[in-house]
Design a protein around this ligand. Structure first.
Ligand code: GDP
Length: 486
């Protein structure tokens, strides 16, 4: 019954949106990716480029001068935070500092006045919706009972390298009797230790991406609520749980997590998206080694599964978005010399080939790109001994250290990024240790993930505006909105 009401509500909403759509197209562009993939930076750079007229030669409507103006307008959803564009662009462009990362869902409306290819004045309203990719990993929970989820999470946590990180949580778990009367303190401690374990997995060195429930890592406005105060229990008996037991309590909270958190997100936000870009920090995973890459591959499979959920059940039909284009983007390509950009794209293609094929079957057009929403480096050939090495130059963020050298946030350093392999399978070979091509000129074994470079100065474009430099951001935009500007 609930599902039927939801279906009617969605249909009415879609109808209302459609009639406005005819004359004044509004598209909802979802921007997602796991934590630190580059969502905030991407949206800030995209909006700045549109509003201020960035150097976007591949965005056809802009290159041919058909965009009259683009400006920010009040967003449609009152209950969703506004994407804090003004502060972010101030940090990036004026202070040359990276803005604060995405922690919850937010939205920003950009209105573009343009001339269509056949000469009409038109307006495109673009609603950009920024949300943590971690939340998408929750979709499978909608079809899993508490008991199934608990046993799966436990099994995963007993495998290496996760088992080491789960030690404290496992010790506490061993003291819990699922059938004993419920105790709030036990639930609190179990949830805290379980969350710490998930966070440890996610910590940079492991780059483990497959970690539902997503809100344990990205709680948004739900931090410390009972909906997030549960954890897996080690269950040896079949249900149902004795009334009033710890097991019953955990199960009840898991249920509220599904109904209060997961379902509304998919229904109210996800199902309304028209286009989607999934940002991926593939370089961080490449650096962390084959395990992290395989893990990222699983996480991406799950994320992409959300876009082509089977039409098997009414529920999946309701929560499935109407997305017709998905762009998968490997971010921060400015850490590499341009000769490796295509290779980075090939690696992302390889990581997502199975799930891309499924999404295409479900009717979405999928493209893969390597980009830097903000290009923070320049390229140069640097002599080392007799060799000329293709390097990138950037100003490491103050306090970054490499081989004992502490950077002051002002001094430029030459980083030799090495070459990515031509064959992506080399990176997935678990026999081999992590990819170690990336290093500074001073240290051959530095891990470049820790060398964050400062945002660049704005550059003056041919049309006389100051713009953020980027790599292939315009190509991404052409794919995502180019046809809407025809
Ligand atoms: P989010 O968690 O997905 O919102 O990630 P952010 O957009 O906050 O990006 C996380 C960090 O990645 C930033 O603080 C930057 O250090 C880095 N970053 C993101 N995009 C770029 C880029 O285009 N170039 C470079 N060099 N660094 C980037």
């Amino acid at each position: 019954m609930d599902e039927l009401i939801e279906q009617i509500r969605l249909a009415t909403q879609a109808l209302a949106e459609f009639s406005v759509h005819l004359f004044n197209p509004t598209i909802r562009l979802g921007v997602t990716g796991l934590s630190h993939a580059g969502k905030t930076v991407f949206i800030t750079a995209l909006v700045h480029g549109l509003v201020r007229g960035g150097r976007f030669p591949v965005l056809e409507a802009m290159a041919t001068g058909r965009i009259a103006r683009a400006y920010l307008a009040p967003q449609p959803d009152d209950a969703v935070s506004r994407f804090d564009y003004d502060n972010y662009i101030d940090a990036l462009a004026a202070k040359r500092l990276w803005p604060a990362s995405t922690r919850q869902i937010s939205e920003l409306r950009v209105v573009v006045d343009y001339q269509s290819l056949n000469g009409y004045q038109r307006t495109l309203t673009l609603d950009i919706v920024d949300y943590p990719g971690e939340w998408l990993l929750d979709l499978p929970l909608l079809t899993k009972s508490y008991e199934e989820w608990a046993s799966e999470s436990l099994r995963l946590s007993r495998q290496l390298p996760r088992a080491d990180l789960a030690k404290h949580w496992h010790q506490h778990l061993a003291t819990l009797d699922p059938n004993a009367p419920e105790k709030e303190q036990e639930a609190l401690t179990a949830a805290r230790l379980f969350t710490e374990y998930l966070k440890a997995c996610r910590a940079k060195n492991y780059a483990m991406s497959l970690l539902p429930p997503g809100r344990f890592l990205m709680p948004g406005e739900l931090a410390n609520t009972p909906a997030l105060t549960f954890a897996p229990l080690d269950l040896s008996t079949e249900g149902p749980p004795p009334p009033g037991s710890l097991w019953a309590m955990m199960r009840r909270r898991y249920e509220s997590y599904r109904t209060v958190v997961v379902r509304p997100f998919f229904r109210d936000h996800f199902a309304r998206l028209d286009r989607q870009i999934v940002l991926v920090d593939a370089l961080a995973a490449i650096n962390a080694g084959p395990d992290a890459l395989l893990d990222l591959q699983h996480a991406l499979d799950q994320v992409l599964d959300c876009f082509q959920m089977g039409r098997r059940t009414l529920l999946s039909a309701l929560l499935r978005p109407r997305i017709d284009r998905i762009l998968l983007a490997a971010t921060k390509a400015d850490h590499l010399h341009h000769t490796s950009h295509d290779r980075l794209e090939t690696i992302l293609k390889r990581l997502t080939q199975n799930s891309t094929a499924k999404a295409e079957l479900a009717g979405a057009q999928v493209d893969v790109i390597a980009l830097a929403a903000v290009r923070a480096t320049r390229e140069a050939m640097v002599r080392q001994g007799r060799q000329q090495l293709p390097c990138v130059l950037g100003v490491p963020v103050a306090g970054e250290t490499i081989a004992g050298e502490i950077f002051d946030g002002e001094t430029e350093a030459a980083i030799f990024p090495g070459d990515l392999p031509e064959d992506p399978d080399e990176l997935l070979d678990t026999e081999k240790k992590s990819f170690r091509g990336l290093s500074t000129m001073s240290s051959q074994n530095a891990d470049f993930r820790f060398l964050r470079v400062r945002p660049p100065f704005l550059e003056l474009t041919d049309s006389g505006v100051f713009a953020l430099p980027h790599i292939r951001l315009d190509r991404a935009l052409q794919f995502l909105i180019g046809d809407w500007l025809e």
